[in-house]
Ligand binder design. Sequence first.
Ligand code: C2O
Ligand code: CU
Length: 463
Amino acid sequence: MSALSRRTLLKSALGAGTCLAESGLASLVTGNSAKAQVQLLEPVTTQFELIPGKPTQNIYSYLPEGPAPVLYARQGEMFHTRLVNGLAEPTTVHWHGLRLPNDMDGVPFLTQPYVYPGETFDYRFTPPDAGTFWYHPHCNTLEQMSFGLNGAFVVQEAEDPGFDTDVVLNLRDWRLGSDGQFISLYKARKAARAGTYGTVKTANWATSPVYELPAGSLVRLRILVSDVTRIYRLAVTGAEATVIAKDGYPLSEIAPLKEASIGPGQRMDLVIRMPDEEGATIDVRNLSTTRPWTVASLKSSGLSLQRDVREIRPLPANPVAQPDLNSAETIRFEFTATAEQAPKSGYCGTLGFSFWAINRRPWSGVSPDPMAPLAELKLGRSYIFSLLNRTPHSHPVHLHGLAFRPIRSNKRVLPAHVTDTVLILPDEQIDVALVADNPGDWLLHCHVIEHQKTGMAGFIRVI
Ligand code: C2O
Ligand code: CU
């Protein structure tokens, strides 16, 4: 198929987008009619005006003219997408938070070969869980993600919970100079600390975008922090927001949002009822810096739909197995800094430095000859992972392929929850419980990509 007809196909799929077309938020919707259709994901090098009037060159996107599509799948139904690599370097797609077969996990060398320029790879899986997930490359990750590659992946509940609109906010920074062009993606001395922040802060590739939504309607706001570094502390002003899910998994006890810290890789789903009066504005604010800013706003328009939050059916729990804490074996994973700080030659986008380690072992990425797993788990058994942060920085620790339940912390009370990425505070120990019910080699790494790529990564093997 020619590039042109591929693009036409993608565009016609875009025509089925449900909301926010005018805001430039591209969305792909798999309706029942489109079930048999293969969705194409074609990363390309392009340009985009992140700063008005100063188009940034050499942006990477899964679409030729703007941010990656929000991909939609339905819980329990086969999802099929074809990666067509239009970049000048190898890539893969990792489906962050999805419990899928190991060979669909998108980690080069560990679970699949590189997809070289011009090559294709078919990803096919049936998501067991509904919720807000995302997708991104797992190859030369700091560059490919910093240049733009990532998108939200929404798995819709088998039964519609009854929202009027579903809005995705994909939050990330860009390291651009005042001319709008990329500057160096990281600084080594920052990579050895909290990480290097971007200079231009965006939601869906726009600076503080405003989305018009029907007055009195019920909005499901799916917030994704896809940034490579920044930990957000989010609050909503102008209306009450209720947290209904975190990291894709519905909360058993929903609660109004006061503030929530969300690290790279994490998600939060809110329900917001738009005010009845036309023109009222709701702001999503980030408070994690000395100069808080509005990441995005929602503005009510038209006659009130008069919806009531109580009309939303509670989200059904995802079918995640309950670990047996009595028989669970405990495995310790210590997240530390390393002493070696001189760069070595790198591969697959390692930065060449090793600043960080898990269980004293720095691993900068994947290699054709992967190192031994950090731990071997028996299929079907319950485990407790003791995650110990021995550093003065927070680390959003992500495990591929398995969902886990944080059960205790030495620092705070953790609400009952299921997740794939847990934010571990400085000197915190969090114990998480899981059933090793998905066979394969699964990465465990910090999602501050500079930390991942300078050693804070490893994998576990379930057999
Ligand atoms: Cu978002 Cu290794 O993952
Ligand atoms: Cu980290």
